[in-house]
Design a protein around this ligand. Structure first.
Ligand SMILES: Nc1ncnc2c1ncn2[C@@H]1O[C@H](COP(=O)(O)OP(=O)(O)OP(=O)(O)O)[C@@H](O)[C@H]1O
Ligand SMILES: [Mg+2]
Length: 275
């Protein structure tokens, strides 16, 4: 084969081989967990924050990273709005909330500043949050992902080492459609799915009856269909919503609450997977 031909066939080979990405671990933590769902408003942030404090109560050192660049909610959920300390003009020191190290775009910009950014800026913000934050001696970072399958998800899938993903969904058909898309994205990008959580699963009335407001059993069934674990049901409960609005996570303020105990069981299941 002529030299020119050999060069061309090499170039063709490179084009045709699937790209393999170098995934960098986030420094300062042993494990990185992602709380995700392609669907918006299903309770990812509420779940991530309460899971973080439940894991902390099980003796782990926890970090909480809000990866929602456009709609950060962590400052509100933990009731903190401090500006993080800057180290050497290069690094950001996480904000402490009752022993959990927290970081969010919301700490870096004013609460009401709209983020009107294009893809590359989002990617660079995610890089800042994953490479420039001085996480210290953590066992686990819990990442609260934004909804969808956009630039943030792609950046995590290609560039950042994630040990496990937890998919949160309501049992509603329209949410499950997005969940199925999300599962396939994780499978394709080789992110290990630890399991699915059914949030707003049912509402227990004063009459003691359970009302399946968003449908019944759909998340567990989807888990089965895709051969994933089902991690549990979290009912719709006013105390969880009130504590979120107050910036005082229920698993922190009332660890014996029936809802906190549900989070504890899920946290234990997740820790088993990291063993
Ligand atoms: N199990 C629950 N019981 C009662 N309220 C809940 C429950 N889970 C979440 N909520 C409430 O539902 C609303 C949406 O929750 P949250 O913001 O956590 O969703 P999200 O999936 O993070 O949304 P987004 O896609 O916008 O990031 C919030 O008001 C929250 O307090
Ligand atoms: Mg959210």
């Amino acid at each position: 084969m002529s030299e020119k031909k050999a060069k061309m066939s090499q170039a063709m080979k490179e084009k045709l081989t699937p790209k393999s990405f170098v995934k960098n671990p986030i420094k300062g933590t042993k494990f990185t967990l992602m709380v995700s769902s392609a669907k918006g408003g299903v309770g990812k942030s509420t779940f991530a924050v309460n899971l973080a404090f439940a894991l902390k109560q099980l003796g782990k050192k926890i970090g909480l990273l809000d990866a929602d660049i456009f709609g950060p909610s962590l400052p509100k959920l933990i009731g903190k709005n401090e500006k993080p300390e800057n180290k050497d003009g290069k690094y950001i020191v996480p904000i402490d909330s009752h022993g959990v190290q927290c970081m969010s775009m919301g700490f870096l910009v004013e609460e009401t500043t709209p983020m009107i950014w294009r893809g590359p800026m989002v990617i660079s913000a995610i890089k800042t949050l994953t490479e420039r934050v001085l996480w210290k001696d953590l066992d686990i970072i819990v990442i609260d992902m934004p909804p969808g399958t956009g630039d943030t998800q792609l950046t995590f899938a290609q560039d950042i080492k994630v040990d496990g993903a937890i998919i949160v969904s309501t049992p509603q058909d329209i949410a499950l459609l997005d969940v199925k898309r999300g599962i396939q994205m994780f499978d394709k990008t080789k992110i290990n799915i630890f399991g699915l959580v059914d949030n707003m699963s049912f509402f227990k009335g004063d009459d003691g009856k359970n009302y399946n407001i968003f449908g019944e059993g759909g998340v567990e069934q989807t888990a089965k269909e895709f051969n994933k674990d089902f991690l549990g049901k979290i009912p719709l409960h006013q105390d969880l919503r009130i504590s979120a609005d107050k910036g005082d996570p229920l698993t922190l303020s009332d660890p014996k609450h029936e809802m906190s105990l549900i989070f504890k069981i899920i946290a234990e299941k997740i820790l088993k997977k990291l063993d």
